[in-house]
Design a protein around this ligand. Structure first.
Ligand code: FAD
Ligand code: 2HG
Ligand code: ZN
Length: 458
């Protein structure tokens, strides 16, 4: 019987089966450096049929399979279990890095088909060449993939305008755990025949199927936008400004908040500070509209209590966006221990209390670490990052954050998913019946638990 690498090479070609330990290492640690896994091989198929053949082999031999796109996920889902945690069976990491094809843009139907490994940036540039845009955008756009954003149901900075990734998915092609190919590929806007299987696979974090291709709907971009950075002395001023701008007929394209500590951190790494004085909060606000956008925006800003300063420029105004765009990278460079990164959401009205209480977590626990809070304030989404947390305190900090969020009626995962990071806490976000139903679906679609073991359910 040929070895596993030889059998895989028979499917994808020998250069695309990697087994050398040094090469594998590059695939086996996550973006934050918090998880390192083990795999017997990395396989890099190019076509859906090759993926189906690899999965069929895994199903026949009981081999586990972890799917990886751009490996920018922030909850450890793109990394197989560590050697000690792995079930005693072979494990393959399937990378979609070679599956980068894009179909022609359907300009009238406003849609495009993208292979799973195409980056967000590539999909967006392809759409932009036809006067359209991809509705999902995030700072990892040059690495994060179509398959990855669908598998995590990513949010990002345009979610307030266009909705989450699930809202952009018209159709999906995926390989099921038994190797069969599901192709729900309809450009129809209205198509109510049975269960929403693309919706189910969206957000499934590689646990139900390998997504090979996605049919995305595209959005029409505004002719022009205005970007403002508004210095604020209280969080609620940001959400009040969003409401005021909407009442004035402005379309909110993005609404992001940062704290002084986070802006300082990015500033230390070279980003220009757009507002003159440091302020407790900086709010990046991008709007569009039909009329006198700048005047309306200015009037909205003037009506808000707690505005300390403001600057505005025509979009894309990358310099105004720089501090926000560079937050995650600056945090990664500044922490002395792996960052405790917790993506949570709360009802909009609870945002000020959430900021206060999440900021107070280290003091309340007597743990010496630095909180950096920022996020998609218009969606009630806070990225709570704790830097320099001693290893012995990681669990306590995590539990304290989840206690605050649960108390405020929020979610322990706003947009990054559950992955490995939050699997132990899934009961904080879903009822027993809900979890039972999710497990029933998992068992029906992947009865031998071969796809991404340890992700979502732990
Ligand atoms: P990976 O990290 O490779 O995988 C993520 C998960 O999806 C894993 O569980 C993996 O198994 C699964 N998966 C990947 N491809 C497939 C496939 N083809 N089929 C089935 N399962 C698959 N996220 C947000 O939501 N909003 C943000 O604003 C945001 N900003 C970010 C900024 C930075 C700087 C970074 C580093 C990350 C950010 N993220 C954000 C997180 C991350 O970019 C998203 O989760 C993204 O969707 C992951 O895409 P990926 O291709 O890197 O997936
Ligand atoms: C973002 O919004 C990402 O920039 C990353 O979701 C969040 O680094 C983080 O905590
Ligand atoms: Zn985010």
């Amino acid at each position: 019987m040929p070895s596993l690498p030889d059998r895989l090479a028979g499917i994808v070609g020998a250069p695309h089966v990697l087994t050398d330990a040094g090469t594998l290492a590059g695939y086996l640690t996550d973006w934050t450096g918090r998880w390192t896994g083990a795999a017997d091989a990395v396989v890099r198929p190019r076509t859906t049929d090759e993926v189906a053949a690899v999965v069929t082999l895994c199903a026949a031999e009981g081999i586990s399979l972890c799917v990886q796109g751009g490996n920018t996920g922030l909850v450890g889902g793109s990394i197989p279990p560590a050697a000690g945690d792995a079930p005693t069976r072979l494990t393959i990491l399937l990378s979609t890095a070679r599956m980068t094809g894009l179909d022609d843009v359907d300009v009238i139907g406003r849609s495009v088909g993208a292979q799973a490994g195409a980056t967000l940036d590539a999909v967006d540039r392809h759409a932009a060449a036809h006067g359209l845009r991809f509705g999902v955008d995030l700072a990892a756009r040059e690495s994060a993939t179509a398959g990855g954003v669908v598998a995590t149901n990513a949010g990002g900075i345009r979610m307030i305008r266009h909705g989450n990734t699930r809202s952009q998915v018209l159709g999906i092609e995926a390989v099921l755990a038994d190797g069969r190919i599901l192709r729900r590929w309809s450009p129809l806007i209205k198509d109510n025949v049975g269960y929403d299987l693309p919706g189910l696979l969206t957000g499934s974090e590689g646990t139900l199927a390998v997504i090979t291709k996605v049919l995305f709907s595209l959005v029409t971009p505004p002719e022009a936008t205005t970007v403002a950075v508004v210095a604020l002395d209280r969080v609620a001023a940001a959400t009040e400004l969003i409401a005021a701008a909407s009442r004035r007929g402005l379309v909110v394209e993005a609404a992001e908040i940062m704290t002084e500590a986070g802006v300082d951190l990015v500033h230390a790494h070279g980003a220009r500070r757009p507002v003159a004085q440091p302020a407790p909060f900086e709010f990046v606000f991008e709007v569009s509209g039909a009329g006198a956008v700048d005047e309306e925006l200015l009037a909205a800003i003037e009506g808000i209590d707690g505005v300390l300063d403001a600057v505005a420029e025509p979009g894309p105004a990358q310099a105004l966006w720089a501090a926000r765009e560079n937050h995650t990278e600056a945090i990664a460079r500044s922490t002395t221990t792996p960052v405790v990164k917790l993506d949570v959401s709360v009802p909009i009205r609870a945002l000020p209390e959430a900021f206060d209480r999440l900021h107070a977590v280290p003091g309340d626990l007597g743990v010496e670490c630095r909180p950096i809070l920022f996020g998609h304030v218009g969606d009630g989404n806070i990225h709570a990052n704790y830097l320099d947390v001693p290893a012995a305190d990681v669990h306590r900090v995590t539990e304290a954050v989840f206690a605050v969020v649960t108390d405020l009626g929020g979610s322990i995962s706003a947009e990054h998913g559950i992955g490995r990071a939050k699997a132990a806490w899934i009961r904080l976000g879903r009822s027993d019946v809900d979890i039972d139903l999710m497990r029933t679906l998992k068992t029906a679609l992947d009865p031998h638990g071969l796809l991404n073991p340890g992700v979502l359910f732990g």
